[in-house]
Design a protein around this ligand. Sequence first.
Ligand SMILES: [Zn+2]
Length: 249
Amino acid sequence: MSDTNGSLFNDLMSSEDAKKAKKAEYMREYSQKNKERLKQYMDVYNKQYREANRERLAEKRLEKRDERNRMTREWHEANKDYVVEYRKKYLEENRERINQHKREFYQQNREDQIAKVVKYQEENKEKLEQYRQNRYAENREFFLEQSRKYKQDNPDIAKGWRRTRRARLKNAEGSHTPEDVNNLFALQKGKCACCLRSIKKGYQVDHIVALSKGGSNDKYNLQLLCAPCNSFKRAKDPIEHNQSLGLLL
Ligand SMILES: [Zn+2]
């Protein structure tokens, strides 16, 4: 009895299975045959669904994004050493490519980038100043050494800085570049503006009207002098000085 029942049950089940298998086969064939048509249909359906549920889907995405971000943060926190090491290695291995990308991006978005930086600097003036001061205080020796080295390697630029600083202290207007000084050297044909002796071995940049007398710091108030002429003229009134040389009499 139980045997018969069992086999009947089995028969029923297998016929059920066979039906299922047949249906699945039919569906496979159907979807294979109508692939294009189904795809078109699904595209339209999906599009309509997305449009009809735009807000809900956006909300869901946002929820998921927060969740994902939180998980990422936690993972990063738990694997800090690995992340730092991995990042360092990645940067080293892809430095050229990354720099190239940065350059291209910067060139394409130059104005936006500059505006962004300026805005950030304006909005965070105090914070940045504090940061600079801290950084300087913590690395004072290093910065002094760097600065000393740079001035030694670039004496003309360093002299320019000193002139700018002097000018600023005296509230003088105007500014000039190392290039202006080079142009002046060419204009003066490598000769002292005062005694016309060669200054090819060295010269001093002089403010024609001294800063202390309200002279400007721009290139039109500069001349190149040999050391003796400059020390003779220094702090003297230019008219007085030229008179003393017999140039204005
Ligand atoms: Zn001279």
